[in-house]
Design a protein around this ligand. Structure first.
Ligand code: 3PG
Length: 403
């Protein structure tokens, strides 16, 4: 980025991909970590007199505008934090975006509405994505440039991440730079034992990464939504809990290969089962192999790991030299189901290991539960992105800049 600033950006349209994919409660941003992390690059460009066009996504809309996925709450928060003018266009590449872009003054920032409101953003078809990228690039006029500062999205081969970089002079944002520097520490010369804690709700995304962690991590602690697929793979009934049945053979294969690869899995031995998915649901702790025997029978839903599992996980973390944690252990947003996640956060703050917390949900969890960022080695803004980096996969948003 400094190189671009040195070239001179005053009056130029600079397209910046930021990760403003923040958790919301209605229209309230419940964790503004990603917004704060995006601010420095926008400020640097604004201070240097650029006309900044920001692209970002929120959630996973289905390629058409949906009010609940508008970037408005995120942009309102950004505007509160910024000491420069920030506006939101009502669309991404339509009349509003064009009109606001044309009226933009030096040092001002215009955020384009959720890029995923256009189906071409995430299309698998290169030509479709390319056409959308052309429209984004057209907003920058004849002397534009692109800055990728959305570490959380570098693993996505999407138009606003990948294709725009093939069309404009492109630069690495400071946030992406810092994230890569820290995560590199986990891949080169990793201090062992290396413990990976996996949880969260994007079950198939998380299951896919395990393949590449076999042999790299010494121990994988399994919590969150995917733990039920592990229990089912071990032959247990999981009642109404989140289960991806088609992934059971995949998990069975992991369990079979783990020992040869030198990786061991620790799977919960107890879980908190609730009568329904609600903050005030009745709940009880049961053995992981007896979920259907809870008071709620076949309709019980597992919403957290149990205390015995939390202690076993904490013991693993205590003995580690490096810990990477991605994904809450349970539905931490409901206090009754936050204990597992709290125990893991506490264990990470207590251990002498180098600790990295990855992902929007995990970062939100530790902050919501009252922990400070400074209690951890590093809190990454990237969830899937940090996992894929650690797996050693090629990340389209980075490789396109290398080229
Ligand atoms: C994230 O939340 O990890 C990033 O913002 C990417 O979001 P996605 O998983 O919906 O692509």
């Amino acid at each position: 980025l400094n190189e671009l600033i040195a070239e001179g950006v005053r009056g130029r349209y600079i397209l910046v991909r930021s990760d403003l994919n923040v958790p919301l409660d209605g229209s309230t941003v419940t964790d503004d970590g990603r917004i704060k992390a995006s601010l420095p690059v926008l400020k640097k460009l604004s201070d240097a007199g650029a006309r900044v066009l920001v692209t970002a996504h929120l959630g996973r809309p289905k390629g058409a505008p949906e009010d609940k996925y508008s970037l408005k709450p995120a942009v309102d928060r950004l505007a509160e934090l910024a000491d420069f003018k920030v506006q939101l266009a009502a669309d991404t590449v339509g009349g509003s975006a064009k009109e606001h872009a044309a009226a933009l003054q030096d040092g001002e920032v215009l955020v384009l509405e959720n890029v995923r409101f256009d189906a071409r953003e995430t299309s698998k078809d290169d030509a479709e994505r390319g056409a959308f990228a052309d429209e984004l690039v057209a907003l920058t006029g004849s002397n534009g440039a692109y800055v990728d500062d959305a570490f959380g999205a570098v693993h996505r081969k999407h138009a606003s991440v990948y294709d725009v970089a093939t069309r404009l002079p492109s630069y690495l944002g400071d946030l992406v730079h810092t994230e890569v520097e820290v995560l590199r520490k986990l891949t080169t010369d990793t201090q062992r034992p290396y413990v990976v804690v996996l949880g969260g709700s994007k079950v198939s995304d998380k299951l896919a990464v395990i393949d590449n962690l076999l042999g790299k991590a010494d121990t994988i602690l399994v919590g969150g939504g995917m733990l039920f697929t592990f229990l089912a793979a071990a032959g247990h009934k999981v009642a109404g809990s989140l289960l991806e049945e088609d992934q059971i053979p995949v998990v069975q294969d992991y369990l079979k290969r783990a020992a040869d690869a030198g990786t061991s899995f620790v799977i919960p031995t107890d879980v908190v089962v609730a009568s329904r998915f609600a903050a005030d649901a009745e709940h009880e702790v049961v053995k992981a192999d007896a979920i259907e025997e809870s008071a709620f029978g076949a309709s019980g839903i597992g919403l957290d790991i149990g205390p015995e599992s939390a202690s076993a996980f904490a013991a693993q973390i205590e003995g580690a030299k490096t810990v990477f944690w991605n994904g809450p252990m349970g539905v931490f947003e409901f206090e009754a189901f936050a204990s597992g996640t709290r125990a893991i956060a506490q264990a990470l703050t207590d251990t002498v290991a180098f600790t990295v917390v990855g992902g929007g949900d995990s970062a939100a969890a530790v902050r919501t539960l009252g922990f400070e960022d400074s209690q951890f080695g590093h809190i990454s803004t990237g969830g899937g992105a940090s996992l894929e980096y650690l797996e050693g996969k090629e990340l389209p948003g980075l490789s396109v800049l290398d080229r």
